[in-house]
Design a protein around this ligand. Structure first.
Ligand code: HXC
Ligand code: NAP
Length: 248
């Protein structure tokens, strides 16, 4: 069965504004598209403004919604505050933040420099708590309800050899989510996480399954689809990527 129907009713997010970090590509772009279809305004942020701008133009043309692209490196709190100020100036309020921005690569851990480890933990964990602090403090001060949706990963529970910085950082994101669900629930702030399994996005696949890193005889064996009992995997809608991503 291929699920095609939207889960939420038309207009379910009308008059809401949602910030999606890493919203220019992959799953962030797919979520943005669906939020727009449901009537939300969306602020998409990442480091590369040209990609954000192109995504914004395409999604506005496809859905008729409003998208504000803002360059923001989530590792730096002052950039997050600047992005927040632009979002508030443009839309008046922000109702939800999707902490989706991430970095990852595959490597034996003993070959990583400490800077390589920092890079992943800074994007994933520091980036998530930077956005959480900026928006959470604002919501609490204004006595406004809000929602965090943090994107974790299924290996946050189990660990994952060869992607250890990501596993550590995503486990931290899970702890952040659970802690604040309890601590900030009283302010009407919801904290949730979703933990996807493999989706063949360009960003993930080019870094996690580089075919050139495997001997030719093993490329077929290690295809993610071969390791999934029904032979399926996630599909990021509206990205045009399924079928074009090598290895899946
Ligand atoms: C080892 C590496 C490396 C690699 C970079 N480094 N790539 N080390 N193996 N493949 C090291 C560098 O040598 C450097 O350390 C340090 O990391 C910082 O590298 P930069 O290139 O300067 O970092 P930056 O420009 O900030 O780029 C960040 C990045 C890049 C993470 C390295 O890949 C990126 O921009 N990624 C964003 C998108 C992404 O990763 N998407 C995938 C998400 S998938 P030194 O010591 O040399 O200074 C995901 C879950 C998938 O998260 C789960 C599937 C089941
Ligand atoms: P992706 O397309 O590479 O998305 C990652 C995004 O993060 C990019 O748009 C990137 O944009 C942005 N980003 C990276 N560093 C940043 C920084 N310092 N500041 C701001 N933005 C930054 O990969 P994806 O597969 O869609 O992943 C999206 C989310 O899903 C991630 O949290 C990932 O961990 C999670 N996930 C993915 C899978 C999968 O199989 N694909 C599985 C489980 C979980 P810039 O380069 O422009 O900054």
């Amino acid at each position: 069965m291929r699920y095609q129907e939207p889960m939420l009713k038309e207009g379910a997010l009308r008059d809401k504004t949602i910030v999606v970090t890493g919203g220019g590509t992959g799953l962030g772009r797919s979520m943005t598209r669906y939020f727009l279809e449901l009537g939300a305004n969306v602020v998409i942020t990442s480091r590369k403004f040209n990609i954000l701008e192109q995504t914004a133009n395409e999604l506005v043309a496809e859905t008729g919604g409003k998208v504000l692209p803002v360059a923001c490196d989530v590792r730096h709190y002052e950039e997050v505050k600047h992005m927040q100020a632009l979002a508030l100036e443009t839309f008046g309020a922000v109702h939800a933040v999707v902490n989706n921005a991430a970095g990852n690569f595959i490597s034996p851990t003993e070959r990583l420099s400490h800077r390589a480890f920092d890079t992943i933990v800074d994007i994933v964990l520091r980036g998530s708590y930077n956005c959480t602090l900026a928006f959470g403090k604002d919501w609490i001060e204004k006595k406004q309800a809000g929602t965090f949706l943090n994107i974790s990963v299924s290996y946050a529970w189990t660990g994952s050899g060869f992607t250890v910085p990501s596993a550590c950082a995503k486990a931290g994101v899970l702890a952040l989510t659970r802690s604040l669900a309890a601590e900030w629930g009283r302010y009407g702030i919801r904290s949730n996480a979703i933990a996807p399994g493999p989706f063949p996005t360009e960003g993930a696949w080019s870094r996690l399954f580089p075919e050139e890193a495997l001997p030719k005889s093993l490329v077929e064996k290690f295809k993610p689809r071969k390791r999934h009992p029904p032979g399926a995997g996630g599909r990021a809608s509206g990205t045009g990527q399924p079928g074009r991503v090598p290895g899946f």
